[in-house]
Design a protein around this ligand. Structure first.
Ligand code: UP5
Ligand code: MG
Length: 199
């Protein structure tokens, strides 16, 4: 990496909690680049010549978490490209990562000392609201995991694997929790309070 050490905010929350929606609003208002791990994986899945396309599709449909070697490479390359283009763009929202212990270890292995994790933005939302939002979106999203079967698995994975990651960061005082079950603008008002203070 170049002059500035990347400053990272991890954005976590259940499927459909509103991570992507809120990240889009953050980048309109603050000097951050939004990197959605899920979006990067979906792009890699569709890339001609990708060696991991089929594996990624299988994992996403099953609501399972892709081996970290794949995800961390995509994240690292996206960060490097962003900074190479503009040295002032060294602040990143990493959306939907780290989701499990494998992700955490992979991050530490590759990024320890090379990037600072400022805090974890946690969008807290009930499973029912999460499911309703994804099913609604599924009518037009074309996502292969916005259906009842995949969603049950995504929620399971979230509860079993991702919540413990949030709890781990909680113990380090790094989690900023936001009630994400409210309307988009109400949620964003709380997000703003956090970014005005420590973004
Ligand atoms: N919506 C948003 N906010 C709303 C609000 N306040 N009120 C009412 N509606 C609201 O929002 C979801 C839907 O809800 C949208 O229609 C939106 O308009 C509406 P969105 O902002 O897209 O929520 P988000 O939390 O981003 O939901 P997403 O479905 O993207 O979350 P997931 O965490 O499930 O999906 P992601 O893309 O991160 O991961 C997908 C899969 O990729 C994973 O299941 C996994 O298989 C794989 N993956 C990995 O393996 N490793 C990774 O590191 C990341 C992903
Ligand atoms: Mg998303």
């Amino acid at each position: 990496f170049l002059a500035m050490k990347p400053q990272v905010v991890f954005v976590l929350g259940g499927p459909g909690a509103g991570k992507g929606t809120q990240c889009a609003k953050i980048v309109e208002n603050y000097s951050y680049t939004h990197l959605s791990a899920g979006d990067l994986l979906r792009a890699e899945r569709s890339r001609v010549g990708s060696e991991s396309g089929q594996l990624i599709e299988r994992y996403i449909k099953e609501g399972k978490i892709v081996p970290v070697e794949i995800t961390i490479n995509l994240l690292r390359m996206a960060m490097e490209e962003t900074i190479k283009k503009d040295q002032n763009m060294f602040r990143f929202l990493i959306d939907g990562f780290p989701r499990n212990q494998d992700n955490l270890q992979g991050w530490d292995r590759v990024m320890e000392g090379k990037a600072d994790v400022k805090f974890v933005l946690f969008f807290d939302c009930s499973n029912d609201v999460c499911i309703d939002r994804c099913l609604e979106r599924g009518k037009s999203s074309g996502r292969t995991d916005d259906n009842k079967e995949s969603l049950e698995k995504r929620i399971q994975t979230y509860l079993q694997s991702t919540r413990p990651v949030v709890e781990q960061y909680e113990k380090q005082g790094k989690v900023r929790t936001i009630d994400a079950s409210r309307a988009v603008n109400e949620v964003f008002a709380d997000v703003k309070l956090i970014f005005d203070r420590e973004g």
